[in-house]
Design a protein around this ligand. Sequence first.
Ligand code: SER
Length: 318
Amino acid sequence: MKKVIITGALGQIGSELVERLRKDLGSDNVIATDIRELDDNPVVTDGIFEVLDVLDKDKMLELAKKYQVDTMIHLASLLSAVAENKPQVAWHLNMGGLINALETSRELQLKMFMPSSIAAFGPSTPRDGTPQVTIQRPNTMYGVTKVAGELLCDYYHTKFGVDTRGVRFPGLISYKTLPGGGTTDYAVDIYYEAIKTGHYDSFIAAGTKMDMMYIPDAIDAIVNLMNADGEKLIHRNAYNITAMSFDPDELAAAIKKEMPDFTLGYNVDPARQKIADSWPNWIDASDAKEEWGFKPKYDIDAMTKDMLEHLKVKLGKS
Ligand code: SER
């Protein structure tokens, strides 16, 4: 991975990955793209940025050729809760964008990354210690596009020799950019409200465990997987990865260690709860550890300390 084009670069993952890769590879070797342009955002102002709708295959190919990239990191997609509200749009964007990224990668022989998700599992999947290879019958449109995406990436690898790679991300927690409408977003919102008001009403019910990860570990995972020896990758699309699993009370307890007056209440959203109930409690990441050395650094306490410190500064409460 020497010169990279990134789609969805203004999103939660993209904004942090762009910053990291500009440091690792040099600013001229990172082509950030997104459907919108935000004038005051460092992704746009601090390096190469191009407006790209991932459904525009001609422009995607043209940009990849123009900048002579060797890697495509395809992040643009709708997350679970938004996708459930407009399933046809989600199918069109998630699959249409992916096939364009795969076709561009096939034509130009690029290495390609696609993030899958814990949403690729469903109610019939074993919920505890969910294995790498297991039942995948999700009942959300987001999950359907993620399973189809994993299979399509496998297909492009075996049929056309494209070097496709991917991970199944858990809920990602970060302070720079908000997630774009997922089920795990409560675990980000809670930190903002802890600092703003000292109280949070969770839209996810008590006792609902889901896998989570702090964003620096997610960024490391992408970089390490893309730099890994391809010969060793047996499960390319896509690796289970996780750093921790908790329910809202456990997260609140970690916040209380830093902010003893913080209180948690519940105002459950049935739509997002239904999605959360269909996902695993915790997944087994041992194949990622064995095949490319996945090793997260942050647990719930280290993440909470870091999140609160940075958010206090961001929200002017330090
Ligand atoms: N964080 C994502 C979501 O909740 C999971 O992929 O949609």
